[in-house]
Design a protein around this ligand. Structure first.
Ligand code: SF4
Ligand code: SF4
Ligand code: FES
Length: 522
């Protein structure tokens, strides 16, 4: 195999590999601004210049392919002087407005200056002033003064989004990134340009000035907005989510997210902390002590008519596999329910990149469990008819996510159906439910979703739930126990053990230890 030497280290390479890639593979850091592993090479920032023996000039590591026997030096005096010169050049016009810049704390210019430059400015002249607040589209604001003209955003739009919505205008130190006249940057993947901008030139209208990034806590999770299951990081502070950003997964979303999914975080910030009850004396849902509310649910379910066909069950396709498994087992084994209705979103926008028409993140996982546990699906119209003609008198619902929630709520209210609602947020169903029990929202849950490609992926808790909220299976198991059932599922570990024993599709998967990029179901 051919090899090259970088900083004295012998490194084997595949034909066509560039120096920056070979160095990266071997944890040798070469600084860069304009390079991105998924975009074409522009080699315009000159930050990655390295010394190659027998080459008279420094070469860009992002553009230069490895050659057999090549000797590369990334730390020589010449390289160091160039890195300082590159910074001096960039900082001629870049304002030092880090205290008010959204990128501060995760800015390459800030970090690299400290790491590779640290020299004083020699500039005496005033900086070139450029526009600071150019709205390029609904979610993007451009500060031309901070732009280092790396062209990453322009290349992303051309090469990944497939739509030329950005270009470079003017020349020299008057160059600016801009949209073409009358055509805003309104592409459904526009916010990825903010992620890849190495400085704070492109900022998100939604995140702008909301938080300093060093105050945010980050945890790995999965987008809940469609069945693709893009990998994300949740950035939150004290349980308030401020943004989702892409987490790399070659098999799912590479390093991108759609704007729609990315911006769905705000819906998750409205969470239910306490139980609610409703009765003839309290016709509006009223906050209740959680034990009292649980007892109310037990009393409703203990009534002689809370059995099939008078007992119905509805499950959101946002529930985790663990939640769905316990819900279906309880309904089937304790109450004898064999038909489950689904709370689901209607088909939405689909494209040829990431977005899928199915907006329900765990449809695949829940359908597998439903099928393997031998229950059938209650068609939506069939359910509505059964509620209307009073055949269903009690309905137990897990989750609030779904376009059909409103019509079910209205129909149930008309028919005076008793609803026991387990939910992480108020919605149409909790407004008419006799009892609403607070459950943990998906960002606080330990659980598994299966995406449309049958990839099982893990949710990890980003923060603890508020108030009396707890995992839905805790409520369910508790209710079953109060009803005298011996429901032998008392922890997430036992639930997972049973899933792997009973659901063949999960038999070979260690649900407690799914890799961070997920695993395909066999
Ligand atoms: S806006 Fe950002 S990504 Fe685009 S060219 Fe300027 S610095 Fe690069
Ligand atoms: S494509 Fe789907 S899963 Fe991915 S970010 Fe968009 S909505 Fe979320
Ligand atoms: S990263 Fe190589 S020239 Fe910009």
């Amino acid at each position: 195999m051919p090899y090259l030497t970088i900083d004295g280290e012998r490194i084997e390479f595949e034909k066509g590999e560039t120096i920056i890639r070979a160095a990266e593979r071997n944890n040798i850091e070469i600084p860069y601004y304009c390079w991105h592993p998924r975009l074409s090479v522009a080699a315009n920032c000159r930050m990655c210049l390295v010394e190659v023996e027998s080459c008279p000039k420094l070469v860009p590591a992002c553009q230069t392919e490895c050659q057999d026997g090549m000797i590369v030096n990334t730390k020589s005096q010449k390289v160091k002087a160039t890195q300082q010169a590159v910074h001096e050049f960039i900082l001629i016009n870049h304002p030092i407005d880090c205290p008010i810049c959204d990128q501060a704390g995760e800015c390459k210019l800030q970090d690299y200056y400290m790491q590779w430059d640290k020299t004083q400015s020699r500039m005496q002249d005033a900086k070139v002033n450029k526009p600071r607040h150019n709205r390029l589209g609904p979610y993007i604001i451009y500060n031309a003064e901070r732009c280092i003209m790396c062209t990453l955003c322009v290349r992303f739009m051309e090469e990944i989004a497939g739509m030329r919505q950005l270009g470079i205008f003017n020349r020299g130190d008057h160059s600016e990134i801009d949209i073409f006249s009358g055509q805003p940057l309104d592409h459904p993947y526009s916010l990825n340009t903010v992620d890849i901008c190495p400085v704070g030139a492109l900022t998100s209208t939604v995140f702008r000035f909301k938080q300093r990034v060093w105050n945010l806590k980050r945890s790995a999770s999965i987008c809940n907005h469609c069945a693709r299951g893009c990998n994300i990081y949740i950035d939150q502070r004290a349980g308030n989510i401020y943004r989702f950003i892409p987490r790399e997964n070659e098999a799912v979303n590479q390093s991108w997210l759609c704007d729609e999914g990315r911006l769905a975080y705000s819906q998750t910030n409205q969470r239910l902390a306490h139980a609610l009850i409703k009765s003839s004396s309290t016709p509006e849902p009223t906050v209740s002590d959680c034990n009292k509310a649980k007892q109310r649910a037990v009393d409703i379910l203990a009534k002689p008519n809370a059995v099939p066909p008078h007992l119905g069950a509805m499950l959101s396709l946002h529930a985790t596999c663990e939640e769905a498994y316990v819900f279906i087992r309880l309904l089937r084994d304790v109450f004898g329910v064999t038909k489950i209705a689904l709370l689901e979103y209607n088909l939405g926008t689909q494209d040829s990149f990431l977005r899928l028409a199915d907006k329900n993140p765990n449809r695949a996982g829940i359908m597998i469990i439903i099928k393997e546990l031998g229950v059938t699906i209650f068609d939506n119209n069939e359910l509505l008819n059964a509620i209307t003609n009073n055949s269903i008198k009690t309905l137990i619902v897990l989750g609030h996510e779904g376009d059909n929630a409103e019509v079910v709520a209205k129909t149930a209210a008309k028919a005076n159906t008793n609803i026991i609602h387990l939910t992480s947020a108020r919605g149409p169903l909790s407004e008419v439910a006799s009892v609403t029990l607070p459950i943990l929202a998906w960002p606080s849950l330990d659980g598994v979703w299966v995406n449309a490609d049958l990839r099982a992926q893990c949710l990890t808790p980003a923060f603890t739930g508020e108030g009396d909220s707890q995992p839905s299976y805790n409520w369910l198991i508790n209710i079953a126990t109060c009803l005298g059932a011996n429901f032998n599922l008392n922890s997430i570990e036992t639930i997972r053990d049973q899933i792997t024993q009973q659901i063949t599709a999960f038999a070979k998967i260690n649900l407690a230890n799914i890799p961070s990029v997920g695993v395909e179901l066999a």
